[in-house]
Design a binder for this molecule. Structure first.
Ligand code: PMP
Length: 425
């Protein structure tokens, strides 16, 4: 077997690079079963894709098919099911690699960005950094790219410094470059902010850091769902992303690292799968990426993520980006016309993520009332307390769009917002 018998294939919608306008987005939307449901008696308006993305039928059916026909552990069994599972799992790794323009052997499959960044913190930073060294993080990082470094700092005496942002929510690049002093050994930065939607110029920043010998860890969680990402071109040292925001199953993700790091870093977790030979007087580890994949992985999930990559590739990420740019422009224009509404994050380069506040209303109250209208938005601190502190707010409402949303939904969202505003008096 080279592929799942009867494995559902993503339905080709368009060739990569063809204009978004030629894609039938209504048909694309119909690929997502969950979007057909109602919530509180109203058609669901799912504006929370930055939290987790919805899944097309091809991904759901791929996971279903794996458990129905092929379920076995990877890498261990020589029987047919075992080799089918291993082949499909490694094929998913290869798809992820070509989707992001890197070598499959340099991709570690893991449970998501949180795991990926912790792996770098424990395997790369902990043995290397000490007092006198600095880790620089941007103000707009998710807690997943802050707390692991604080744990490293607590054990090593490393100092953590912050690269600030402008009031619009863009990185202050002059300040950032000025902060890349010789004591800085690692820079952690988001490719796209999960709160502001700001798209950071990661390629330029990584080049500046590299010129100074600073290792870069890019959190790509919010980039992969929205735009083509060429990790090789970005030129970071590490790039992490999560599968569930890009149409894949939960508990899936990737850490890419430069080969020199993969070879030099000790394993993060020990156990089965990550060894060549175990003796009580010493163990020989497997080569990367397997050295970093101890234990039974999320086999079905990553095979499902491979199907998500097929699906997104069939749309073409440039088309996805163009579609979302249109939806975002429409959405922001409508939001700006709502009296008393403040958008937080107005940088020019933005993905389809919009944080906002409505005067006199708590974000949670707003989200609760919107839910009664069938609207799903996230409210809270979005795992970005330092960013909330910068803007002087405890919480925001965040509406995040994906290519499967529609202009009509944007209109309905605004109508629901007006209704809720009236209710709140
Ligand atoms: N970084 C960013 C920017 C995110 O948006 C998220 C998910 N909210 C994460 C990291 C963490 O991802 P996961 O929970 O999948 O590990």
């Amino acid at each position: 077997m080279t592929s799942f018998a009867g494995q559902p294939q993503a339905r080709p919608q368009a060739q990569t690079g063809s204009p978004a306008a030629t894609i039938d987005w209504a048909r694309v939307r119909a690929d997502f079963p969950l979007l057909q449901r109602e919530v509180n008696g109203k058609p669901l308006l799912y504006f929370d894709s930055a939290n987790t993305g919805q899944k097309p039928a091809s991904v759901i059916e791929t996971v279903d098919m794996f458990y129905r026909r092929h379920n076995a552990n990877v890498s261990r069994a020589v029987h047919t099911l075992g080799s089918e599972a291993t082949e499909a799992y490694e094929a998913a790794r290869a798809k992820l690699a070509s989707f992001t323009n890197v070598r499959a052997d340099d991709l570690i499959l893991c449970s998501g960005t949180t795991f990926a960044i912790n792996l770098v913190a424990y395997s790369w930073a902990l043995p290397r950094l000490g007092p006198g060294d600095t880790i620089l993080l941007t103000r707009m990082e998710h807690h997943a790219n802050i707390v692991p470094w604080q744990l490293v700092a607590a054990r090593t005496g490393v100092t953590i410094k912050v690269a600030e942002i402008t009031p619009e929510g863009a990185l202050d690049l002059d300040a950032l470059y000025a902060a890349l002093t010789p004591d800085v050994k690692l820079l952690g930065l988001a490719h796209v902010s999960n709160v502001l939607g700001t798209v950071n110029p990661v390629r330029e920043i990584c080049r500046e850091a590299r010129r100074r010998g600073i290792v870069t860890v890019v959190d790509g969680s919010q980039a992969l769902p929205h735009m083509p990402v060429d990790i090789a071109a970005i030129g970071s040292d590490f790039y992490a992303f999560t599968g569930h925001k890009m149409c894949g199953p939960t508990g899936t993700g990737v850490l890419w690292a430069r080969r020199e790091h993969l070879d030099a870093m000790p394993p993060f977790l020990g156990g089965g799968e990550m060894i060549k030979e175990v003796r009580f007087d010493g163990t020989v580890f497997n080569d990367a990426p397997h050295k970093f994949e101890a234990g039974t992985p999320n086999i079905a999930g990553h095979i499902g993520l491979g199907a998500a990559v097929d699906y997104l590739s069939s749309l073409g990420m440039a088309n996805v980006a163009a579609r979302e740019a249109e939806l975002l422009a429409h959405f922001q224009e409508e939001l700006r016309a709502v009296e008393g509404l403040r958008i937080i994050g107005t940088a020019p380069a933005k993905a389809a993520v919009v944080s906002f506040l409505l005067e006199g209303t708590h974000a949670h109250d707003l989200a609760t009332l919107l839910d009664l209208e069938g609207v799903a938005v996230r409210s809270g601190h979005h795992c970005a307390h330092p960013l909330m502190q910068f803007f002087g707010v405890a919480a925001t409402c965040r509406a995040s769009l994906a290519f499967y949303n529609t202009h009509e939904e944007v209109e309905r969202f605004i109508a629901a917002l007006h209704k809720v505003r009236k209710l709140l008096g």
